[in-house]
Design a protein around this ligand. Structure first.
Ligand code: SF4
Length: 364
């Protein structure tokens, strides 16, 4: 089983972020941690307790104190069998942990830490409203490596308003020089209900698809030359260090979402938990779950998702997922030099990864 935990607390809110998150306010964190354990037990009853991958994201999971982390993992071990887990990943923000806390991560069995660095430029970090500096970001990677966390990922973001290519290049080169196992390189997107989209609408920020493509190419060229495998549109890893949790999601495996706003898919049904921490706690208390929206993923919806997600991966898409119109498009896309066909498998090539969204539209 694959599990995702949403820990929605942040010290402050970044102006581009659309995840469900909030400052701590009056939340009782002990009650919150106990609710996560109780909700986990609810799902264990419906599936099994053997964990393949577990991912704690947010929000800022590294805001949980050592005492609460111990309480959370102790509780999870009581309901889950983590003995054969292939990956236990934990998101953290730079400057939210010390070496002592990282030692605890390691002792708790956390095998991968994903660091939300976004940029190594203090100027860009300020635009993004991030709390940390370039120096703190570098120190944070070094702490994780010194303690011996088995896998470190660095999250980066490009196409930030006013970010010159030279700054993006310096960010990539700095990340590479730190020798992480994995780098995620995301194109900034303007999401609803964020300060950034308001600024875009008012004309204070501009978006350029052409520039986005140039940032993307630079990421691809520098990272692959440094030995990273470009295994998904936004993800690069050293050989053998692709994110197992995300791969299972892209491949359409069931996964269980725990915590406010978390999404899960189980036995053909997709649910979304209530995106409100106070109500989440009440629902867990009274029902054991916090499912707020439920939809059935029928065969057609599942097929469309496979096309949209597998095409983004280096493994590519099996033709079996395409209908007749999709197969006709495959020939055209091949003539346009955007895809490669090997037997029954389709992979994006050349400018294909840049055009993944319009290509998906043509195939579905
Ligand atoms: S980007 Fe991360 S740290 Fe910033 S508000 Fe969103 S979840 Fe919190």
């Amino acid at each position: 089983m694959h599990l995702y935990y949403h820990i929605p607390f942040c010290h402050r809110i970044c102006p581009y972020c659309s995840f469900y998150k909030h400052t701590l306010g009056s939340t009782d964190l002990t009650e919150f941690v106990d609710a996560l354990i109780k909700e986990t037990a609810y799902y264990v009853d419906k599936t099994d307790n053997k964990v393949s991958t577990l991912y704690m994201g947010g929000g800022t999971p590294s805001m949980l104190s050592p005492k609460l982390l111990e309480r959370l993992f102790k509780g999870l071990h009581q309901v889950l069998d983590l003995s054969e887990a292939q990956e236990i990943c934990f998101e953290a923000n730079p400057a939210t942990f010390t070496a002592t806390k990282v030692q605890l991560f390691k002792d708790l069995g956390i095998s991968r830490v994903s660091l939300g660095i976004q940029s190594f430029s203090d100027r860009v970090l300020k635009i993004l409203g991030r709390e940390h500096t370039r120096t703190q970001a570098i120190e944070s990677v070094e702490i994780l490596q010194a303690v011996g966390i088995p896998q470190v990922n660095i999250d980066l973001m490009f196409a930030v308003p006013g970010q010159p290519f030279s700054e993006w290049e310096d960010t990539l080169r700095t990340a590479i020089s730190l020798n992480p196992h994995h780098i995620s390189s995301y194109n900034l997107t303007y999401e609803e209900d964020t300060e950034f989209i308001e600024k875009l609408t008012r004309g204070e920020f501009q978006e350029s698809e052409e520039n986005n493509a140039d940032y993307f190419r630079l990421s691809h060229d520098l990272l692959t030359s440094a030995g990273f495998i470009h295994y998904e549109t936004s993800n690069y890893s050293k050989p053998g260090f692709a994110s197992r949790h995300n791969m299972s999601y892209w491949k359409g495996k069931d996964y269980i979402g725990i915590g406010p706003s978390a999404v899960g898919t189980l036995h053909g049904q997709r649910y979304r938990n209530i995106p409100d921490t106070a109500k989440y706690l009440q629902m867990i208390q009274s029902l054991g779950h916090a499912k707020h929206e439920i939809e059935t993923i029928d065969a057609e919806a599942y097929r469309l998702e496979r096309i949209a997600l597998l095409l983004r991966t280096q493994e590519g898409l099996d033709k079996k997922w395409l209908n007749e119109e999709g197969l006709q498009q495959v020939e055209l896309l091949q003539n346009e030099g955007l895809i490669k066909i090997t037997g029954e498998n389709i992979q994006l090539i050349n400018e294909g990864p840049l055009l993944v969204d319009p290509i998906v539209e043509r195939l579905i």
